[in-house]
Each structure stands twice: as C-alpha cells, then as structure tokens.
Design a protein around this ligand. Sequence first.
Ligand code: ACO
Length: 340
Amino acid sequence: MRTSPSGGGRAAVICGLGAWLPPRAVGNDELAARIDTSDEWIRSRTGIRTRHFVSPGMPTSRLATEAGARALASAGLETVDAVVLATTTPDRPCPATAPLVAHRLGLTGRPAFDVSAVCTGFLYALSTASGLIAAGSADSVLVIGADAFSTIVDPEERSTAVVFGDGAGAVVLRAGESAEPGAVGRVELGADGSLTDLITVRAGGSETRSTDVPPTRADAHFSMAGQEVFAHAVTRMAEASRTALADAGWRTEEVDRLVGHQANARILHAVGEQLDVPRDRIVIHLDKVGNTAAASIPLALAHGQSAGELLPGARVVLTAFGGGATWGATALTWPSLRTV
Ligand code: ACO
C-alpha cells in the first residue's frame, strides 16, 4: 500500500529530531552473569554490545516525553497541532499513551493517539502524521517512537532477553513543499496477519482475558520465532526499499545511507546485499541500544545525525519489519536539523 502525498505541492517536512535513553545501561556481560549466554554469542549473532533498560516504575510515557521535548527543542517549537506515538508497550492497555505524553509536553487539547505496528510502528506513525499534514488537518505534528521491551520480555528467556532495549526517538513534521529537503515522500507499507504468531505476547488482550484461565509464564511474555522472522525481515525490507527507491526515482548507487530497523546487524547487512548498498552506507546503532522496536529508526536517525553520518542533502532510505507482521520503507533527502 502506498500512502502520503504524491506529486508536487504540500508535504510534511522533518524539522526537528530528538532521542532519549533511560540511564541504566546493561552490557552483554551483565546478562551473561545471569542467564546462559555470552558476550561472544550476542555480539556475533546480533552485533549488540549494550542496551538501556528502564528502571522500575519508569513507563513508556516518560521515554516518549523526554524524546518529544528534545525534538520540539530541535525544531525550535513550543507547540504542534497533533501528537502521534508509535509504541508496543503503552503505559496501560487503556487508554492510549499519547494523550498523557501530549499533556506533559504542554499540548493538552491537541489530538493525540497511539499507533501499533511493533517495530514498523515509527514508519506507520510517520505515514499517518504526514497524511494529516498533506490533508490540511494539521500544520505540524510530533511523531514519537517509544518502547520499553524490557517490561514484556522474559528476563530468563535468553533468545529474547539479550536482543531488546528501551528508548525513544521523535521527529517534528511541519507543512512544507514536497521538493524540500526533509520532505516525507510516499511511505510504502504492508502487513500479513497470517504471521501474527511469529512475534507476539499471547496473553493480556481480549483473546485471553475473556476466559478465566490464568496465562502461562510463556504466554504472559513476548515471544519471537527468530529464524523465521529473520528471513521475512530481509525479504520484506528489501522489497519495500526497492519500491521506495522507485517512487523517489533513485538508483541504488545514489543511496547515501540505509537506516533500517535495528534488530540484528546480520539482517541489515543482508538487506544491503539484496539492494547492493555497501556496508559503509548502512547506519548501525544497535550495538549501543539493541532492538528498541518502535524507537529504533528515530534513535538511529539521531545517532546518524550526531555522528555526522547523515549530512544535509544525503539520500536516505528508511525501512522496517516488525510484528503483525508489518513492514515499510520510504526515501527522503536529509534536512539540516539542529542537534539538541
Ligand atoms: N545465547 C546463547 N545461545 C543462544 C541464545 C543466547 N542468547 N539465544 C539462542 N541461543 C541458541 C539457541 O538455543 C540455539 O541453540 P541450539 O542450536 O543448540 O538449538 C542456537 O543459539 C541458535 O538459535 P537461533 O534462534 O537459531 O539463533 P539465531 O542465529 O537465529 O539468532 C536471533 C536469534 C538473534 C533472535 C535472530 O534470529 C534474529 O535476529 N531474528 C530476527 C529478529 C528481527 O528481525 N526482529 C524484527 C522484528 S522484532 C519486533 O517486531 C518486536
């Protein structure tokens, strides 16, 4: 499916970028001291060296508010017309987390809602927000990706406990022209619900709460069929990226940076190989933060910006794959942004 503005004219333009990680850093050795794993296995199978975890009582709204405040400061704005939050780990099953985040940012009264597409959530939210701007429903939108997966993985389950980290990233979109640097073009999105069970938390929703059967420990926590997800992720991210490139009219060799969902360095390298994008043009941030789900892409963008990898005018492809299954990609020219 293709969404957001086509052709010339009014478009959403990225004008601010912010990120925040909870202070508690957890290295591979700390996990290896507790569960049957090793720094060598985690690094060689995923590329991850460390990640950050929320401290007890620190909800996703805190991560989202911190990143959102930084994105607003980067944009030089105190207010926006709407807040869209991508998250898999809302503070509560009901209500959505975005209204609370908007309230804490001084945006009470503005429309605010959550988008749920797991690791593709940020691209779904970006597409939704740019659609609000293209339709004239808003002139500016704060788009946040925030997740605290340490609150849903089983800390004793080694195949997931080592992979995920917590954090948040955000961009501010303003109304502008489609030819400007930072304009969000078409976002190629897709989903396949036949793959629901590959990435899931089985219990806690209406499917199980309508019964009196207490959930098992496994059902109460996040589970992922790693190898199957790996294969789908490579295929879907490469396909979606090809479509995004075709929409932008760019050849692969013109791509300056590929910013893919930071699940596994081997996945990103495989996507690069399928697209013929060399490794030195692939932004890698997962070594420092792990898989931060909906926060992954905006955190990688903030890393790329502060590390000097994303320079104004760079041709950038964003792509993600996540639970649902869901996937997406878009291409944009990197704008000049204030780092905060
Ligand atoms: N430490 C040591 N050994 C481990 C660990 C660990 N932390 N985890 C698994 N192993 C073992 C397994 O038990 C297995 O042992 P066996 O061969 O004796 O049975 C062996 O390592 C290989 O296990 P695999 O699961 O096949 O490991 P794999 O190389 O596939 O790596 C991983 C697992 C990292 C999860 C990988 O499959 C992956 O990255 N998958 C894709 C993740 C992804 O793309 N996610 C995106 C969406 S996520 C979302 O939407 C929230």
